[in-house]
Write a protein that binds this ligand. Structure first.
Ligand SMILES: C[S@@+](CC[C@H](N)C(=O)[O-])C[C@H]1O[C@@H](n2cnc3c(N)ncnc32)[C@H](O)[C@@H]1O
Length: 320
């Protein structure tokens, strides 16, 4: 019943083999901890993400924070028609690409949809630990640029917080759209240009931290949070002082964005500071650029707006 899995190298069907699967041309894909690993072994740019999501596995789950922060973001990006489709009585297959530890997997599974969660990094292990594979959920390690599926098999392709971290965002959007069934939806977002990005110290710290081995990047982020977080906490009610501090401090903090207690604020700061200082690719796009990319693919019902982490967008593949 699941959309079938193919060889990511040549798109051929796969047969069961010892400890994994093989295509007729001999490409072998192992499985570890019950997760098919369908990636080439020389792609490492997402290693820091893998470690990040394994260490901060529950930090952003709504079930951990007791909030609806992830639900609200997912709901806004999905829009009414797609949200209704997810709750309909008929089977709805969702492909979630760049699933991380699963803050949105949790939201998608709660709708009753059948969710295929994919990530390039070892984050797939965190995702599986949070949401074990079962009749409604399966997890694969794969690259969005070489997805191990035949074309146009998913009712909804969902990809939030990911495209800006891939080598070529427009190529990524094209690959995601290729997975959408006729009449189905693509839901994405993307960082946008932001003046404050260029007036803070974070890009300088990132130049160094993203080049370190993943474990060292994590250790240095923890040190930075130990130094700067108490200062952010001290000025949390003073917007001007907060703004001044954020020119000097490389931390991502959320006192002015979300109502979370101090412990959660610190956890979110640890996670998001690491995310922002160790990502290998960080692209920016305007709303018009994202819209043009979707128009170029022949998408219909395009919605595109500034919000959330930059630009949020969805579109539909025209029904045949
Ligand atoms: C900032 S995290 C977002 C995770 C999750 N979507 C969320 O919002 O919590 C970006 C994720 O994209 C994954 N990623 C980066 N490049 C990818 C690629 N080429 N294919 C699949 N996943 C990728 C990373 O491993 C990482 O888990």
């Amino acid at each position: 019943m699941w959309p079938d899995v193919r060889c990511p190298e040549d798109g051929l069907p796969l047969a069961r083999a010892q400890d994994g699967t093989t295509c007729e041309r001999g490409h072998h894909w192992s499985a570890q901890h019950g997760i098919p690993r369908m990636i080439s072994r020389d792609v490492h740019y997402a290693d820091a993400f893998g470690l990040q999501w394994r260490v901060y596995r529950r930090t952003q789950l709504d079930s951990h924070t007791g909030t609806t922060i992830s639900l609200d973001r997912a709901r806004r990006c999905l829009g009414d028609a797609c949200w209704t489709m997810l709750h309909s009585a008929r089977r709805t297959d969702v492909l979630e690409v760049g699933c991380g530890a699963g803050r949105f997997t949790e939201v998608l599974l709660a709708t009753g949809a059948f969710v295929t969660s994919v990530d390039l990094s070892s984050a797939v292990e965190a995702n599986q630990d949070n949401f074990p594979q079962d009749g409604h959920h399966r997890v694969l390690q794969a690259d969005v640029l070489r997805l191990p599926f035949g074309p146009a098999q998913y009712d909804v392709v969902f990809c939030l917080g990911v495209i800006q971290h891939t080598p070529r965002p427009e190529a990524t959007i094209e690959k995601l759209y290729a997975q959408v069934k006729p009449g189905g939806w693509l839901v994405i977002d993307h960082y946008t240009y932001n003046l404050s990005h260029f007036t803070k110290t974070a890009p300088l710290f990132r130049m160094i931290l993203r080049r370190l081995p993943a474990a060292d990047g994590l250790r240095w982020t923890e040190r930075l949070v130990t130094i700067f977080f108490p200062l952010h906490r001290a000025v949390r009610r003073h917007r001007f002082a907060q703004a001044l501090l954020s020119r000097v401090s490389p931390l991502s903090t959320f006192y002015h964005v979300f109502r979370l207690d101090d412990d959660l604020q610190r956890q979110w700061s640890l996670l998001d500071t690491h995310d922002a200082l160790t990502d290998w690719y960080k692209h920016f796009r305007t709303q018009a650029q994202i819209r043009r990319a979707l128009e170029g693919l022949g998408a219909a019902e395009i919605w595109c707006a500034y919000g959330g982490n930059g630009v949020e967008a969805r579109c539909r593949r025209p029904p045949t």
